[in-house]
Design a binder for this molecule. Sequence first.
Ligand SMILES: Cc1cc2nc3c(=O)[nH]c(=O)nc-3n(C[C@H](O)[C@H](O)[C@H](O)COP(=O)(O)OP(=O)(O)OC[C@H]3O[C@@H](n4cnc5c(N)ncnc54)[C@H](O)[C@@H]3O)c2cc1C
Length: 418
Amino acid sequence: MKFDVLVLGAGMVGVSCALHLQQKGKSVALFDKGLPGEETSFGNAGIIQREAIEPYGFPRDFSTIFQTAFNSRLDVRYHFSALTSLIKPLATYYHNSSQKFYPKICKEYESIIARSIETHIPFIEQANVEHLVNNQGFMEVYRTQKALDTSVKAAERLQQHGVHHNVLNVKQIQTEEPALRENFVGAIHWTDPISIRNPGGLVKAYAKLFEQRGGHFYQGNALDLQQSATAEWEILDIKSDMIQAKEVVIALGPWSISLTKRFGYTPPLFVKRGYHMHFSNSGSVPLNKTVLDAERGYLVAPMEQGLRLATGAELAHLDAPSTPNQLDDAEQIARNVFPLGKRLDAEAWKGARPCMPDMKPVIGALPHTKGLWCAFGHGHQGFTLGPATGELLADIMVGDQPKIDPLPFSPSREFWNS
Ligand SMILES: Cc1cc2nc3c(=O)[nH]c(=O)nc-3n(C[C@H](O)[C@H](O)[C@H](O)COP(=O)(O)OP(=O)(O)OC[C@H]3O[C@@H](n4cnc5c(N)ncnc54)[C@H](O)[C@@H]3O)c2cc1C
């Protein structure tokens, strides 16, 4: 079985790369240890974040750093055992988040975020899954006037970049979301983002579209990839079928480095883990859209599976056992705000955002090894950026003029800005 391109990893990023390469006329095989969309791309909040043109920077104020150090914040927790390995990426992240470098990073990030909805919509239409789309934007609710004012200022800044919002008062919040039980001082309603009622379902629908268009899906271990005597790439799937390809895209999300390091490429990827749990709705009205309790740092999204409570970041080793105390703590607060009924999952879901310390994904040729390409490191917005990444990578691979400058995302870049 010979293909032009083998895409390793069938999360949102890998499936989107496969679809774009197929659109360029390439014969493509998609490869995963499981089924499409069952890892990080399954359990996220499902927001296609058109508003996220400023990626999450490392906090620079003393009070936040102090609270984080004591593990007393709800939005960020860490495992003490992971600190040694995190020192270098976090120091780089802190450095890049300074006012000297952050504005340039935002400008570069904006170039790809701006393509997010535009690149999702055709796939959503072609895959016939408009029923998964919630077009109502999403809402950040605020408990204090000070925090609201700061966020309104930031939202006004983003408006100059074509990102739209409404500021809501107490009464307007109640009209928009009668399911909320607590009185907030105000809210920002982002109107551009769309939300997906079943993120894993969307990835599966994209993968089905890929197969309907003649693409092939295989299961196996991506770490078995070998270079053949003819300098092509080959891998055995679980049925012992040999798959050969001239080029390979590594889109293994948080697991990507376990493969790239074999080829001498070890960018400083670290993970921010997150948890979710589904709940029944104990109230009489539905939650219309995703709501972020901004000053606490968790959100609740209306999903096909129920009300999905999703947490902020847990800095830990990728494979360390689950410690869902962040979820338990968020649930306690969320029960006063949202109509959370009974827990619907046997245990908390855990995923890991694949983060780079310069806050940008890694898209392009893997240095020094011909025929290997990177598409990973999308941090908080990989679900948003899958199709935009596929578009950029496919253009680079076939030599077409990319719609955005690929250099800021190059795997060969320095991750420590200077
Ligand atoms: C709680 C939470 C909320 C989030 N909310 C949002 C959001 O609202 N919007 C947004 O844009 N992003 C969100 N994210 C981030 C987003 O989910 C990720 O950035 C994105 O899913 C990464 O996609 P991916 O395709 O790179 O990785 P994945 O979806 O993890 O895909 C990687 C694939 O590689 C496969 N794989 C791994 N190892 C091997 C191997 N050895 N052999 C074969 N296959 C292998 C896996 O099975 C998997 O299918 C959130 C993340 C979390 C944790």
